[in-house]
Design a protein around this ligand. Structure first.
Ligand code: LAN
Length: 716
């Protein structure tokens, strides 16, 4: 765990923080300066380690009791809005967008956020070298260390503070900020701490190509196009903050040479070795060199103006579609700088950001940070509700209130309108996203898991009245969205990607300019997304008579895809969770709904053997995050409850015959549970783009509850 008070950094009064939510699951941490605000909820007391008194629970005598205690604890953390808030941390490159945007746009920081962001970064610095990595579980990099050092300086830390001296030492040892990857160079240029001529081009003209051209950005992965759209405007117009004495001082601290002696144009491709996960292809280097010449000598002024207008129009559409949230904080911050540059700080188009920025800011005992998204609301609620039912706990009246609240949140989280014309978006009406309705981006597996959760809760005896809130037509719309985004191309036939169908050719990855992430240019087929989609469609079709043939065809193709993509050793690679254990659980669960079992299927047998061979002495599983980077199973130093639950669930659903394996696993899960039903910190659970770790802190409740509850149903 992280320390919460390194260097005795000054802090706010932690008893004054409140989490304010609305029925759409918006989460805003607010500092109650006057003391007139609401009482802190039990989640806030728990999160801020400030007077949370968990309910006393009977000592579990069975796996069923332990599962019940788990949900009992979890329901105490549920917010009245129905969501299960949690600290969605891990990535260490999120704060820079927020801080740079506010600084760039002359928006003052509150005293509280200054104090707490500073504390967060100081507390999260690498314990040995004082730098920062791409994520909290990684080694210090030039990217993490340069941007977070700059944040601390902008927020008033003195260059002489011992934490800064240490971080600077590490940054300079890594070669200085010159070795920051492209995104780092962009933030530094916006802050006038680097020169745009040293940043590889991101030409907005690409948006003006006809859509049929395979490299049109409208065909890229939603996140990549959302980031490169505003970035292209800022880079083409060389947007940067006016120089001031503080920036001049920082310029002199982050490089190994005096700023004025650096020829930035020669450093477009300089990336520190530790940072580099995805090196440039020759094709990208050639394209960059040509484009850099074009930008310097050839781009006509009329085209610059036209391209700027095109980008601003698209940014405005993105903002309207998401009520100024944008898909995630990275693009939100860049969008804000575009709008500020174009319309100024008094324009209503800019002012709306001031209300929306706080949505991704999160408060923790170690300080304040920016999450990877504006939360995990829909995804987590869908798991919590489903697994309460699947664990056999939903007949307990004491849990009905939590189920009803969560259900109502999920109902409110469904998209009820489409994105505006011309924003390169598919239909979304009927779908669900990962976080909230306002964010507005359909995710395949989130839609499927939400549909499944809603149907499950509607069918809990005594809760049938909830059907009124969610007429069947609305569930059908969800199914329509899901069926519409399945892939039917030759190589991905039957699969599901994350947000949309795959629209661009894989060769586009050769132009991936990000250096620190893999597989970001286009959508890819994901085993887990395909698995969840099967689960959602299967559950729906067992309850409703709607588009039966289409659903059957879809499930069949998705099932074939999963079977075909099992690796020779019996595993599946997981892209969003750690890693083979995560994907193994989803794959086996999906296949089990289609009648595949250990007894009748070689695929399942191999899948189970892969897992069973990796069970640890103590009965648990211990897969490490490094598996995701290296594409091969890496052991963590100790067993963890989340990985153990994933493997246990897979084996239970497969009908794995050797009970002793499962007994040991469940014993492990029960032994790790605290008396109040909770679990302690679990090593990182999630990942994205192969290289960045991201935490899902509530997985340590959902999955053990499901594993222990299902075990009890079969064996107790
Ligand atoms: C997420 C989080 C959830 C995740 C699942 C639902 C688990 C997955 O099955 C589908 C993909 C999705 C929705 C997902 C996509 C990428 C996200 C949004 C993130 C990992 C959270 C943060 C990340 C985002 C891309 C971070 C910003 C970084 C960039 C490279 C733009």
């Amino acid at each position: 765990m992280y320390p919460s008070d390194r260097y005795g950094m000054p802090k706010t009064d932690h008893t004054k923080w409140r989490l304010i939510t609305d029925i759409y699951g918006k989460q805003n941490w607010v500092y109650d300066r006057t003391g007139d605000g609401p009482e802190p909820t039990s989640y806030v007391r728990h999160q801020m380690q400030n007077g949370f008194n968990p309910k006393e629970l009977p000592k579990p005598e069975s796996a069923h009791d332990a599962a019940s205690n788990c949900f009992s604890f979890l329901s105490q953390l549920q917010d009245d809005s129905g969501i299960f808030p949690c600290q969605y941390g891990g990535p260490m490159f999120m704060l820079i967008g927020y801080v740079a945007a506010k600084y760039f746009c002359n928006v003052p920081f509150s005293e509280e956020e200054k104090l707490e962001i500073r504390r967060y970064l100081v507390n999260r610095a690498h314990p040995v070298d004082g730098g920062w990595g791409l994520h909290t579980y990684g080694d210090s990099t030039a990217f993490g260390t340069s941007i977070n050092y700059v944040i601390l300086r902008l927020l008033g830390m003195s260059a002489d503070h011992p934490a800064m001296v240490k971080a600077r030492g590490t940054l300079l040892r890594l070669g200085g900020a010159i070795g920051a990857p492209m995104w780092g160079k962009v933030y530094l240029s916006l802050l006038n701490l680097y020169k745009w001529e040293g940043v590889n081009p991101s030409p907005p003209e690409l948006w003006m190509l006809p859509y049929w051209v395979p490299i049109h950005p409208g065909r890229w992965w939603v996140h990549t196009r959302a980031v490169y759209l505003p970035m292209s405007y800022l880079s083409m117009n060389k947007a940067s903050k006016e120089l001031n004495p503080l920036l001049e001082a920082i310029r002199s601290e982050i490089y190994t040479k005096p700023f004025d002696q650096i020829d930035f144009s020669r450093h477009r491709n300089t990336v520190c070795g530790v940072d580099l996960y995805y090196p440039h292809s020759k094709m990208l280097n050639f394209a960059n060199a040509t484009l850099a010449m074009y930008e310097k000598w050839l781009r006509p002024e009329w085209l610059r103006k036209k391209a700027s207008k095109e980008v601003v129009d698209l940014v405005l559409k993105d903002l309207k579609n998401t009520d100024w949230l944008a898909i995630a904080p990275v693009s939100q911050a860049l969008n804000a700088m575009v709008i500020f540059s174009e319309f100024g700080g008094d324009a209503p188009e800019f002012k709306r950001f001031l209300d929306r920025w706080p949505d991704a800011l999160y408060m923790s005992p170690e300080g304040m940070f920016v999450c990877g998204t504006n939360g995990v609301q829909t995804w987590d609620a869908a798991f919590a509700l489903q697994y309460c039912v699947m664990a056999g706990l939903s007949d307990k009246k004491e849990f009905h209130d939590a189920l009803i609240k969560g259900y109502r949140f999920l109902v409110n989280a469904q998209f009820t309108d489409n994105a505006v014309e011309g924003s390169y978006r598919d239909i979304r009406k009927g779908g669900w996203g990962f976080s909230t309705k306002i964010q507005g981006f359909t995710v395949s597996d989130c839609t499927a898991e939400a549909i499944k959760a809603i149907i499950m809760v509607q069918n809990v005896p005594g809760l049938e009245f909830l059907k009124e809130d969610m007429p069947v037509e609305r569930l059908q719309e969800g199914v329509d969205v899901l069926l519409a985004i399945q892939n039917w191309g030759n190589f991905h036939y039957g699969s599901y990607a994350s947000y949309e169908q795959i629209k661009g050719p894989e060769i586009l990855e050769l132009l991936n300019p990000a250096e620190v992430f893999g597989n970001i240019m286009i959508e890819y087929p994901y085993v887990e997304c395909t698995d969840s989609s099967i689960l959602g469609l299967h559950h729906f079709t067992t309850h409703f008579d709607y588009r039966k043939d289409d659903i059957e065809k879809s499930i069949k193709a998705a099932t074939d895809y999963i079977i075909k993509h099992q690796r020779p050793d019996g595993s599946w690679y997981g892209s969003w969770g750690v890693c083979f254990t995560y994907a193994g659980m989803f794959a086996i669960e999906a296949l089990s709904t289609q009648g595949y079992t250990y007894e009748n299927s070689e695929v399942i047998r191999k899948g189970c053997e892969f897992l069973v061979q990796r069970q640890e002495e103590d009965g648990g599983w211990a897969e490490d995050f490094r598996s995701c980077e290296l594409f091969s199973y890496v052991r963590h130093e100790k067993s963890e409850v989340v990985q153990t639950s994933w493997a246990t669930i897979a084996l239970l659903l497969a009908g794995y015959p050797e009970k002793s394996v499962l007994d040991k696993a469940v014993k492990f899960l029960m032994s790790k549970q605290n008396d109040d039903g909770s679990y302690n910190h679990n090593h990182v659970e999630g990942v994205f783009n192969h290289s960045c770790a991201i935490e899902y802190p509530n997985y340590k409740y959902y999955f053990p509850m499901k594993a222990m509850g299902m075990y009890a149903k079969i064996y107790d």
